[in-house]
Design a binder for this molecule. Structure first.
Ligand code: MRU
Length: 353
């Protein structure tokens, strides 16, 4: 992959850029010290960018995959205008295999595939591009809507803890957890955002702190292990997180450590808010036990910046998501509405099934 320091200025609304028929991703692996866009020319490069964390966050992965299908259509149609539908499926499988947990990836690929039969003999690229752009725009609109709904749950001003990065960088723009935080802050309901560092990729210190600092929203970093102690000190009204996949019973898969937060929150009487668009809800999985959890390389824990930090010869267990049972969740906030104390019946009502 070619790294292009382009003239596009990084800002918190531009993790994914489609410009002049080209796809660019802000390289989130090197934020906040460098703001560099990478151009992706093929579906394979797009899949690698997702796997390697150039782009991350469930909705952003889905949107990127949709643009990856546009790139796939371009090459497949050029190779064989008659057989592009067959050829593109192999590229879509590679995109689908890039990361397993965020359901938005599979949701976006399915939405793109649904269009194939209606495209006829024409070049598929324009129609698929229109859909990818719509997926992107709808995600931003969903985040703004759920942000406003989430902010309404705050009774007065309070401090909150967030985990990982569920902001503009993780979505089409505005953010899910950070969408709620942005909306609540704008009406004076947030005193301080405590952001967990989020080992081992440090999405909290690198990305969430970067976004909030850019918006001049007060943010204080915590090591992941400090969150329960911070709750014990008082003044924390809510834990606010995003999600990679929500099961039909309201169980929530999110960045590893979310479950710890929810358990500690219950003990301290702190409420847990999960902010996610309905594209993150997977009604085909009955409970969190069925959600595939991604495991990544032990070296992500054993090394730091390429340097060995762990004792030689030890192994590491590195699941990168966990499941928080619905019983520990006070509110799931989506663009279609808020589900308090989620369960299967309430989730089915929300989703209209
Ligand atoms: O491994 P990542 O950085 O892709 O994990 C991201 C998260 O866990 C986010 O909290 C989740 O995708 C919600 S993003 C709006």
């Amino acid at each position: 992959m070619e790294a292009l320091p382009l003239t596009i200025r990084a800002n918190a609304d531009k993790a994914i850029v489609w410009e002049n028929d080209r796809l660019y991703l802000l390289d989130q692996r090197i934020l906040p010290t460098e703001e560099v866009y990478i151009e992706l020319k093929t579906a394979l490069e797009t899949a690698h960018a997702i796997r390697d964390m150039v782009v991350r966050g469930a909705p952003a992965i889905g949107i990127t995959a949709a643009f990856g299908v546009v790139l796939a259509a371009r090459t497949c149609f050029a190779d064989s205008p008659e057989r592009w539908r067959e050829l593109i499926l192999a590229d879509m499988e590679i995109l689908a295999a890039s990361r397993p947990t965020a359901v938005n990836l599979f949701w976006a690929l399915a939405r793109m595939k649904k269009l194939f039969s209606s495209i006829g003999a024409n070049n598929p690229e324009p129609r698929l591009l229109q859909e990818a752009m719509l997926i992107h725009q709808e995600d931003v609109a969903a985040n703004r809507a759920l942000g406003a709904l989430g902010a309404e749950l705050f009774e007065g001003q309070t401090s909150v803890i967030t985990h990982c990065n569920a902001g503009a960088l993780a979505t089409g723009g505005y953010g899910t957890a950070l969408g709620v935080i942005r909306s609540a802050y704008s009406v004076g309901k947030i005193e301080m955002v405590f952001a967990d560092e989020t080992r081992p990729w440090m999405q909290g210190s690198r990305l969430t702190a970067w976004e909030l600092a850019q918006d001049q929203i007060p943010v204080t970093l915590l090591t992941d292990g400090a969150a329960a102690s911070r709750m014990a000190q008082g003044g924390i009204g809510w834990i606010i997180v995003g999600s990679d996949r929500i099961a039909a019973n309201g169980d929530v898969a999110n960045k590893i450590g979310t479950y710890n937060l929810a358990v500690a929150a219950k003990y301290h009487g702190v409420k847990v808010l999960v902010a996610a668009p309905t594209s993150t809800i997977d009604m085909s999985v009955a409970s969190g036990a069925e959600i595939p959890i991604e495991f990544r390389k032990a070296s992500e824990i054993l090394k730091w910046g390429g340097q060995q930090v762990a004792a030689s010869g030890v192994d590491a267990w590195n699941p990168v998501f966990d499941v928080t049972p619905a019983a520990l969740v006070d509110a799931i906030v989506t663009e279609k509405g808020v589900v308090l104390s989620p369960n299967s019946k309430k989730m089915a009502d929300l989703m209209g099934v």
